[in-house]
Design a protein around this ligand. Structure first.
Ligand code: AMP
Length: 213
């Protein structure tokens, strides 16, 4: 199986597509956002220093993210999906060196597009079960929980991410737009960028991804 790098604006559905790929093909899902959130949740000194940066929607320093990522990649066995990294051209170059060092092949970059208005609704309405991690959205009928704010499967209260507020989302989206163009050009020039039509349902996006992988 090919290792996959996802590039997409926040809330474009990387998490959903990653879950589908993990379930069907057994990929390992590496999300740098999740690695950072675990660090914050651990209450470590490093985690405490990340809280405010992440809550504001700005990027964490390359050194911190890259160290966490390297530790994770070094312990992996089998194909993986990388979600949330690289976010800048600098990180793409670092990743390329890291892959060489660890003997990892990177040849599939999937680009999922999404307009800012839809992405905002997806982010601000996003609610997740803290136990089974199932994702819902209060603004989209097809993924609303049956009871308001309660997980259909676990019957417990759903939670929002602290950086899924309207204000923070705007910063995250703008940060993404500023950094993405050079990143896309970098992977296009390497001939490993695949544009995935993300305008339909999650299932139709998934089928398009399957055609590539
Ligand atoms: P995400 O879950 O991918 O939306 O990431 C949540 C937050 O974690 C981002 O808004 C950043 O503050 C931080 N973050 C995640 N990945 C990176 C990265 N590759 N570089 C810098 N900061 C990151």
């Amino acid at each position: 199986m090919k290792n996959i790098i996802f590039i997409a604006p926040p809330a474009a559905g990387k998490g959903t597509q990653s879950d589908l790929l993990v379930k069907k093909y057994g990929y390992s899902h590496i999300s740098t956002g999740d690695l950072l959130r675990s660090e914050v949740a651990s209450g470590s000194e490093l985690g405490n220093s990340l809280k405010d940066i992440m809550a504001s929607g700005s990027l964490v320093s390359d050194e911190i993210v890259t160290t966490l990522l390297k530790n994770k990649l070094s312990t992996l066995d089998g194909a993986f999906i990388l979600d949330g990294y690289p976010r800048t051209l600098e990180q793409a170059k670092t990743l390329s060196n890291l892959a060489k060092e660890l003997g990892i092949v990177l040849d599939t970059v999937l680009y999922l597009d999404m307009d800012s208005v839809t992405a905002m609704k997806r982010a601000v309405g996003r609610i997740t079960c803290p136990s089974c991690k199932r994702g819902y959205n209060k603004y989209f009928d097809e993924v609303k929980p049956k009871l308001e704010n309660i997980c259909d499967d676990c019957n417990i209260q759903l939670e929002s991410r602290s950086d899924d507020t309207e204000e923070t989302f705007k910063t995250r989206f703008n940060t993404y737009i500023e950094n993405t163009e050079p990143l896309l050009k970098y992977y296009k020039d390497l001939g490993i960028l695949y544009m995935i039509d993300n305008s339909g349902t999650p299932q139709s996006t998934f089928e398009k991804i399957e055609e590539v992988i």
